[in-house]
Design a protein. Structure first.
Length: 427
């Protein structure tokens, strides 16, 4: 045998035992998003590289070193999306979505970043992104945060705290930027390599450094808050007021700047201490300039994205429970039974809503088939032997509970299964 090919580093396979957790997470998120009137969009994984350069910003981790960029066969530079906002704005401009004010959109899917893989950090990971367009006020910022808080409640996420900050408007940042450059320049020797590179390109990004050696310097740096104009401050105050009234706890973190260039005013993160350095499970903010910057009509916007791998890690392995492959397993021994079984199974699937029925394939003794029935996690085995095939009956054997085998007419089976297995509320 030749060497088996391995997955690309940092790209995880989702095992069949894992996918029910994902489906459950997605289902709960979908329900919460529905409750607020957000509509799903599905967008391409590939975009023109230019889109990300122009939106995320040249001097950011993502654009500098994390993008999967390649030339396609026509020599066009394309990039696997590292995040979803840029594509959503691109699509909205292209299709006129933003002409209708109050657009509320969301999407779910894989994102790609060439980072150093570790717990909670992968090269293909999944986000749910939520975006709202055409609404300039703090009301919609608050709505997004309340939506995320409700999602944590519905999922049972604990130990997350909300951090908020305001980045002011671009005009406020000019003056601040100058002060910041002066501050860091005076301490040039203490800067790490990344920070030196950023000092003149994008000094605010230094504040987002994860390097422990830089934290003291960052802690003492001038605060952006002092430069924020009155209008922005009022916006930020109003947001905090709504959150307080709604009973959502938060802390204002004046050093929260976010890693993407397009943000202004409100930024926020939901952070946990339980996932080590990869503690941000959800992050977002306002990006009022981006639609215009990408060639659309000026449209205020705000959004967030949550990392689903981190959310699931926070929920723990037990969350979502185990889901069996089937509720019912059909065991068949003998030629007549093997011929009749699949036909019976098709009839049952047609007659019993929600039936999850696994039909044994590949023959074998009763003993070996029961072993597989047991391993499938099914609650009931249906048994068709020579005898049952001839008489039009079927034996039913509980696999998880005590109780012996009973016998039924095949024609009564659909009713029996519907009653015993599916008479409760829908899952
Ligand atoms: P970090 O500071 O952890 O690198 P980020 O600021 O780059 O995060 P965003 O671009 O804001 O992250 O993405 C939103 C969320 O997506 C993050 O809060 C995180 O939960 C998740 N995320 C980002 N990058 C990764 C990754 N490489 N692997 C898994 N999840 C990720
Ligand atoms: Mg990052």
């Amino acid at each position: 045998m030749s060497n088996p090919i391995q997955a690309v580093r940092g790209m995880r396979d989702m095992h069949p035992e894992e996918t029910p957790r994902w489906v459950r997470l997605e289902g709960i998120a979908r329900r919460v998003l529905d409750a607020y009137g957000y509509r799903e969009v599905r967008l391409p994984l590939l975009e023109k590289t230019e889109l990300f350069r122009r939106s995320i910003g040249e001097v950011t981790d993502i654009v500098e070193k994390e993008m999967y960029t390649f030339e396609d066969r026509n020599g066009e530079s394309l990039t696997l999306r590292p995040e979803g906002t840029a594509g959503c704005v691109r699509a909205g401009i292209q299709h006129g979505w933003f002409q209708q004010p109050g657009r509320r959109l969301w999407y779910l899917g894989p994102m790609f970043r060439h980072e150093r893989p570790q717990q909670g950090r992968y090269r293909q990971f999944h986000q749910i992104g939520v975006e709202a367009y055409g609404m300039p006020g703090p009301d919609i910022d608050a709505e997004l945060i309340l939506l995320s808080a409700r999602l944590w409640r519905e999922l049972g996420v604990e130990d997350v705290r909300l951090e908020l900050n305001t980045l002011g408007d671009p005009a406020d940042r000019g003056a601040y930027r100058k002060r910041l450059v002066d501050y860091f320049e005076a301490r040039h020797d203490a800067l790490d390599e990344d920070s030196r590179r950023r000092l003149h390109g994008n000094p605010l990004r230094i504040l987002d450094s994860k390097n422990p050696a830089m934290q003291g310097l960052i802690e003492n740096a001038p605060r952006l808050g002092e430069h924020v104009g009155a209008e922005c401050r009022a916006h930020f105050e109003a947001l905090q007021e709504t959150l307080r009234k709604a009973g959502v706890d938060f802390v204002v973190n004046p050093r929260l700047v976010r890693g993407l260039d397009y943000y202004n005013r409100t930024v926020f993160e939901w952070v946990t201490d339980r996932l080590g350095a990869q503690g941000t499970v959800c992050a977002g903010g306002r990006y009022d300039g981006l639609v215009e910057q990408l060639g659309g009509r000026a449209t205020p916007a705000v959004g967030f994205a949550m990392g689903l791998e981190r959310l699931l890690a926070l929920l723990g392995d037990a969350w979502g429970g185990e889901r069996s492959a089937a509720d019912v397993y059909l065991v068949m021994v003998g030629e007549a039974a093997e011929r009749a079984g699949p036909v019976l199974a098709e009839r049952l699937r047609g007659a019993v809503p929600r039936l999850r029925l696994l039909v044994h394939c590949g023959g074998g003794s009763f003993k070996s088939q029961f072993k597989r029935a047991d391993r499938s996690g099914a609650r009931l085995a249906l048994v068709l032997g020579e005898e049952e095939a001839r008489t039009g009956r079927v034996s039913v054997k509980p696999l998880r509970e005590a109780g012996g085998q009973s016998e039924l007419e095949q024609s009564d089976l659909a009713d029996y299964l519907a009653k015993t297995l599916y008479s409760g509320a829908a899952e």
